[in-house]
Each structure stands twice: as structure tokens, then as C-alpha cells.
Design a protein around this ligand. Structure first.
Ligand code: COI
Length: 348
């Protein structure tokens, strides 16, 4: 079903796996599948390399592009696993629908992943924290600058060996002004523009010593929605709170896995709106125990401190944090070191 053109050379021996910066090194192959004449053509796995696109391609002018983030893990017996890949498959098609991109066939998606991972298996290193980050994406390639949905697309998967996403502590600033999306917008989609739009506000807060912003709702900026690269959880006392998904917030796979693990482990979890005021009051009363982000790239990322307007708060450093509890639970499932009660693992 898939055509495979193997690369005559490999970069693997020149790659320093002990010092990987997230998303900088790519493996030897990539998957490419074109949409034209009203259908997806035969997918091809070929040597990783640059694309040649018409400068008028819609993706450059109207940002008609969506993507996914997934990881492949290697267990102690060299078996390779994906984590809930069906969720990513469904989500890329939900994102595509919102951006008027044609649905990608399921058998192409899974076949491509399996064949690509078989070819690139040596790029997946063992041990907690090591993985192969997979980036499926779709771009509108049809030439022409009329502002209408393209009739030609490229679905691709590229692979990058990964370790930690953030190299140091993460402090976040609650946004007073910026939002990921408004109701009716594209916030729930993994649309490229949702992420490009955080670079400017993130640069502003970096100047104040924060690494990320937390988007607040577009109507009032009183409610905390999502961080630039991850969903976000708050622990007040022993209660865990995260915002509900809606038009504006990404339905994160790690987010929903944390919710399921919390319920399974009798951790009190509330899925409801979280206000800036509630979190600041909890911090002032020493009841705010943790904030952590969740996402495929970041896994579970503890937040060391936060700011709002001119106030800055540091969070306690806990021995038994929920963040480390969930990270450990998730990784043991991902690396095939614990029972997979929920059926989340997918063997390649
Ligand atoms: C992921 O967690 O995989 C994402 O896609 C977030 C990305 C912006 C790094």
C-alpha cells in the first residue's frame, strides 16, 4: 500500500543522543502523501529532505495547515509502542475539517506510522525520557492566492529523536490581554496558526523571566485556559482542577490521560473553569500546591512559579507532587513497564 524509497545514507552515527535539543534533529526518512484530483494518492516513505512548493501555495498565504504531536517509545525488549495513536488520528481529521482540509484515510495513517517506525527503529533510544517525536502535518499546496480552500494538499510525517522539551524550570505568566482563540474560532484545532500566535506574547513575557504564557479567555481574561504548548492543571489543597475543553481549548491526549489516571487513583479532580482570582487567592493563602502542564512534547511539566500583572509567586517544591505521580504513571504505561488497564498502548 505504501511505497518505500530507502535512504542510501544515515545521519544516525553523527547524532549526539545525549544532548538533544527538542525538534532540531530529524531522522533519515519522512512520509509524504499528496491530495489531488479529489483523492489522496499513494503514500511514499522517502529520504528526509526539502520540499519544492510553488510560492503561491495557500499554506504560505492563508496558513491552511494543521499538525499533530505523537511519540514512539522503545521498551526493554526493543518493542516499539505508540500511545493512544487513534486519538491523534481522530484529532488531525477534526482539525482538518475546521480548516477545510480533506479527511486523511485511517489505513494510510497507521500504515505509514508502522512502516516509518520500522525503518527508523534505531533512532528510538531506550529509557524514560527518550522517545521519537512524530510530527504528522498537512499543508495546502495548491498554487494560487485566491482566499479559498485549496484543492491540493500534502500530508507528511517527520520524526525527531527527543528528550526533554524544556531544559530548565518553567515559570508562566497569566495573560491579561492575549487569548488562544474566541468561541467559534479554531482553538480546539491543532492549527499551525494557534501556535504561531503565541510567539509574540511569549517573547514579551520572556523579557520578564517567564518561559510560557497561560492564555486567558477572550471575553473577560478572568479564566485560565491553556498554556502556549500544553494544557494546564492546578492543585489547590488536594484538589486538581483543569479547564473544560471547548471551542477554544485543545482536547489534549495527555490531558485526558491525566484525568483518567486521577479518577482511577481517587484523586479529587474537577473539570471546570479556573479563575485567575481563585488561583491568586489560593497562592496567597498557601493553598496553591502545584501547577503543571500536560502535552505530548512536554509530558508533565511542573511549573515553578507564575505571574499576573506585576505580581509574582513561587510554588512550593513538593516531595510527592501530583506532577511526578502522573508522569511516573504515564511513562510506565508508555514504556510498557506497567499494566495497560485502559488499552492505551499500540504495538508497532
Ligand atoms: C505537542 O505536545 O506534541 C505539541 O504539539 C505542542 C507543540 C507546540 C510542541
Amino acid at each position: 500500500m505504501i511505497e518505500i524509497k530507502k535512504s542510501p545514507t544515515s545521519k544516525i552515527d553523527k547524532t549526539n543522543f545525549d544532548n538533544l535539543v527538542f525538534g532540531q534533529v530529524f531522522t533519515d526518512h519522512m512520509m509524504e502523501c499528496d491530495y489531488k484530483n479529489g483523492e489522496w494518492q499513494k503514500p511514499v516513505i522517502k529520504p528526509y529532505g526539502p520540499l519544492s512548493l510553488d510560492p503561491s501555495a495557500r499554506v504560505f498565504h492563508y496558513g491552511q495547515a494543521v499538525f499533530e504531536g505523537m511519540k514512539a517509545y522503545k521498551d526493554k525488549d526493543d518493542k516499539i509502542w505508540l500511545f493512544r495513536p487513534e486519538e491523534n488520528f481522530n484529532r488531525i481529521n477534526r482539525s482538518s475539517e475546521r480548516l477545510a482540509i480533506p479527511e486523511f484515510p485511517k489505513e494510510y495513517f497507521f500504515n505509514a506510522l508502522v512502516e516509518l517506525l520500522k525503518l527508523e527503529k534505531d533512532w528510538i533510544k531506550k529509557g524514560f525520557g527518550n522517545s521519537l517525536y512524530l510530527r504528522p502535518f498537512v499543508i495546502a499546496t495548491e498554487p494560487g492566492v485566491s482566499a479559498s480552500a485549496a484543492k491540493e494538499y500534502k500530508f507528511m510525517i517527520i520524526c525527531s529523536p527527543a528528550q526533554a522539551y524544556y531544559s530548565g524550570e518553567v515559570r508562566v505568566k497569566f495573560s491579561e490581554k492575549y487569548s488562544r482563540a474566541a468561541d467559534g474560532g479554531v482553538g480546539y484545532a491543532k492549527a499551525a496558526g494557534n501556535y504561531g500566535a503565541q510567539f509574540y506574547p511569549t517573547n514579551l513575557v520572556k523579557e520578564e523571566g517567564f518561559q510560557q504564557i497561560i492564555w486567558t479567555d477572550a471575553n473577560s481574561h478572568e479564566y485560565l485556559e491553556e498554556a502556549g504548548t500544553m494544557n494546564i492543571f492546578f492543585r489547590i489543597g488536594d484538589k486538581l482542577i483543569t479547564a473544560p475543553t471547548n471551542d477554544r481549548i485543545l482536547d489534549g491526549v495527555t490531558r485526558k490521560s491525566v484525568i483518567a489516571l486521577a479518577k482511577e487513583n481517587n484523586i479529587d479532580i474537577e473539570i471546570r473553569r479556573v479563575s485567575v482570582q481563585e488561583v491568586i487567592e489560593a497562592a496567597e493563602n498557601n493553598e496553591l500546591m502545584e501547577i503543571f502542564g500536560s502535552g505530548t512534547a512536554t509530558v508533565i511539566n511542573p511549573v515553578a512559579g507564575f505571574g499576573h500583572k506585576d505580581k509574582k509567586f513561587e510554588l512550593p517544591k513538593l516531595e510527592n507532587s501530583y506532577a511526578s505521580f502522573f508522569k511516573d504513571k504515564l511513562m510506565k504505561i508508555q514504556y510498557n513497564e506497567a499494566e495497560d488497564k485502559f488499552g492505551w498502548r499500540y504495538e508497532v
